[in-house]
Design a protein around this ligand. Structure first.
Ligand SMILES: NC(=O)c1ccc[n+]([C@@H]2O[C@H](COP(=O)([O-])OP(=O)(O)OC[C@H]3O[C@@H](n4cnc5c(N)ncnc54)[C@H](O)[C@@H]3O)[C@@H](O)[C@H]2O)c1
Length: 259
């Protein structure tokens, strides 16, 4: 039980990496606040946690809004007593399939920055304040992307993930004297979550299989990345086994960025 006695918040817990991580955190003993803008999906994750004997709380939250993040952290602390782990996992894709830089409108840019960077900024800011108020610090994990490590496509999305990576490093350095760790996961293509469908690839089985074949072909290990691959790495990074690991951008990418 790597997370026994820990209290965690996972954002985007209604789908994909967030849902898989919430389930894994709970299986390792954490009590998990499952936050999502689509609260019905977060409630489904909580039901799965409870079916497996764990403890979860579903909270409706738009992570692009600072007040909703402060309310989310306050809810976790009120209900559970303290906060040990914040996983800032929400991210939204390039708005239209194949859009290159000059295809993005000002609204596209503002939405990507507001959701992908704003959520991590607000989450880190208010988690750090909470961690400094309590004894023993705390742990932040952010979801970045291989798109923030190499030029992979989706120029504005990639820039937002580069910003997530740099925020992670800065929080790691600023937080270290206070017992606060911060790391980022950098997944490569995950065709089985809702993300690619949201980005325009479609969610019918044939489109998903096509995306799976194409991501697998790009990864030296020959497989697409799954939400469960990310959840395994997430559990380790937020656990005390990673007590001396901070400021790391960990690719979960089947070797993609090593090529
Ligand atoms: N899927 C991929 O190929 C891929 C690759 C690299 C990185 N990522 C990153 O991984 C993370 C998780 O992606 P996923 O594939 O699990 O996505 P997903 O679309 O399956 O899940 C994202 C969840 O976030 C929620 N959400 C969206 N906007 C929100 C908001 N404003 N407030 C609160 N919740 C919100 C959605 O309702 C959904 O439940 C994201 O940060 C994404 O950028 C994904």
């Amino acid at each position: 039980m790597l997370l026994e006695g820990k209290n965690a918040i996972v954002t985007g817990a209604g789908s994909g990496v967030g849902a898989a991580s919430a389930l894994r955190f709970a299986a390792e003993g954490a009590r998990v606040v499952c936050a999502d803008i689509r609260v019905e999906q977060a409630k489904e994750t909580v039901a799965r946690i409870e079916d497996a004997g764990g403890t979860g709380i579903a909270v409706a939250c738009d992570v692009a809004r600072e007040q909703e993040i402060t309310d989310l952290i306050a809810t976790a602390v009120d209900r559970l007593g303290r906060l040990d782990i914040l996983f800032n996992n929400v991210g939204v894709p390039t708005p239209r399939l194949g859009a290159v830089l000059e295809d993005h409108s000002a609204e596209d840019f503002q939405r990507l920055v507001a959701v992908n960077v704003g959520s991590v900024f607000f989450g880190c800011k208010h988690a750090v304040r909470q961690f400094k108020r309590q004894t023993g610090g705390g742990v932040i994990l952010n979801t970045g992307s291989v798109a923030g490590l190499v030029a992979w496509g989706g120029a504005v999305y990639a820039a937002t993930k580069g910003a997530v990576h740099q925020l992670t490093r800065s929080v790691a350095i600023e937080g270290a004297p206070f017992g606060i760790r911060a790391n980022a996961l950098c997944p490569a293509g995950m065709p089985y979550t809702q993300f690619m469908a949201t980005g325009g690839l479609g969610d019918d089985p044939e489109s998903v299989q096509r995306a799976a074949r194409s991501t697998a072909a790009n990864h030296p290990l020959g497989q697409p990345i799954t939400a469960e691959d990310c959840a395994e790495a997430a559990v380790f990074l937020v656990s005390d086994r990673a007590a001396n690991i901070t400021g790391v951008l960990l690719p979960v990418d089947g070797g993609y960025v090593a090529k």
